[in-house]
Design a protein around this ligand. Structure first.
Ligand code: PLP
Length: 404
């Protein structure tokens, strides 16, 4: 039995089957490369679902974790520790919000839960029934009950109905429908400026503008879910910074601590003063080890000017994929921003292409049947981009041969 098969057997025995069949097993990683049980290197263009943006085992992050773990691992939210305060200060700086106020959570869903609760409390201060949240079709906001309901993918709701019924979902490409859906009962519009899990889809600038205008007209908060797009994934620190709209609340998670579990709900202005003692809490919030990792992430990105090189790599990958269109089987378009990119296929063969990439030791992932998602680390090299492009081309041609 291979290492992978051994782990799979043990996993089948005792890990709940909420996930699909595993696609590999890894022991260690360095930069863009993962190593399996046989020490085979794999090129990782998915980076733990847009998480390990500085690459695997980044020395500055590993050192920050180890140093903090030797000092102090946990105290709870009853006491202050410096790494959390330092991280909140850094988040204030990179959002550009001097009065940013941060709630630390554990992941994207719990950051969004905090944002939704904050918005509902904001709404109820204005009128008792101002608790509805408007979201967009194709969005993904998490798997807790509130964030699941806010996720604009009805298929994911089915097994858990009835849900609470406080969400109105409108088409992601219809600014007028969005304006019409926001009423005096709306406490927030929740959106991803670039939809991730729903298919690597940048929202039209007019939709983002409509959301801001509708929120202003009805006293609702605009919440930008930057769980996937935040920390440089689409180019700037946050995707909203490439738009002419500023949200009231922003959520971030995934890449913030390069793989340590963390989430943050960041509010400013009046929204930053909504929560009062007792309104919201979590035992692990602001954990010093995860916050130390996040501080090292932001520090490294700033010191090594990684956002600039990442933008250049994004252009290289995007242009490389664009060259497939019309020349390589199935490829019909490229969408996304920065280093969050999708190759559109003309038929539902993305899972087969993903599998052919795996045969060639490249990790990418299929979304929705006809899209291949790329989310390599921001530190990916030119050579690695070129190598991945070559492998994807081979994989597309291999699938074309088998389906011919
Ligand atoms: C935009 C967005 N929001 C929220 C989430 C949920 O994050 P988590 O899985 O950390 O709970 C995700 C996860 O993919 C996401 O992409």
């Amino acid at each position: 039995m291979s290492y992978f098969e051994q782990l799979q057997t043990r996993s089948d025995a005792h890990i709940m089957r909420s996930y699909g069949p595993p696609k590999g097993a890894f022991v260690r990683g360095k930069g863009t490369v993962l190593f399996d049980g046989e020490d085979q290197p794999w090129l990782d263009f998915l980076c733990g679902l847009a998480v390990t943006s500085l690459g695997h085992a980044h020395p500055a992050v590993s050192k920050a974790i180890a140093d903090q773990a030797e000092l102090l691992v946990h105290t709870s939210n009853l006491y202050l520790t410096e790494p959390a305060i330092e991280l909140a200060e850094r988040l204030a700086k990179i959002t550009g919000w001097d009065d940013a106020s941060v709630f630390f959570a554990q992941c994207g869903a719990t950051a969004n839960e905090a944002a939704i609760k904050l918005a509902r409390k904001h709404g109820k201060r204005i009128r008792d029934d101002k608790v509805r949240v408007v979201t967009l079709s194709g969005s993904f906001h998490g798997r807790t009950l509130a964030t699941l309901e806010a996720t604009g993918q009805p298929g994911k709701h089915e097994a858990f109905q009835p849900l609470a019924g406080f969400v109105d979902t409108v088409a992601h490409d219809d600014p007028d429908a969005l304006r019409a859906a926001v009423t005096d009962e709306t406490c927030a519009v929740l959106l991803e400026v670039v939809q991730g899990e729903g298919g690597v889809r940048p929202l039209d600038a007019e939709v983002v503008r409509a959301a801001r205008e509708a929120c202003d007209a009805h006293g609702a908060l605009l919440i930008a879910d930057e769980v996937q797009t935040g920390i440089g994934r689409t180019g700037p620190w946050f995707a909203f910074q490439d738009t002419d709209v500023v949200p009231d609340v922003l959520t971030v998670a995934k890449a913030l601590a390069n793989g340590m579990p963390i989430g943050a709900c960041i509010a400013h202005g009046e929204a930053g003063r909504v929560f009062e003692p007792g309104d919201h809490a979590t035992t692990f919030g602001g954990n010093p080890v995860t916050c130390a990792a996040a501080n090292a992430v932001i520090d490294t990105i700033e010191r090594e000017r990684i956002l600039t090189t990442a933008r250049a790599r994004g252009v290289r990958l995007s242009e490389g994929l664009q060259r497939f269109v019309g020349f390589v089987p199935f490829a019909i378009g490229v969408r996304g921003k920065g280093l969050l990119l999708g190759l559109e296929l003309d038929r539902p063969v993305a899972a087969q292409v993903e599998a052919e990439c795996r045969e060639r030791f490249l990790l990418v992932n299929a979304i929705g049947g006809d899209l291949l998602r790329f989310a390599p680390p921001l530190t990916v090299s030119r050579q690695e981009v070129d190598q991945a492009l070559k492998t994807v081309e081979e994989a597309l041609r291999a699938v074309a041969e088998t389906t011919a």
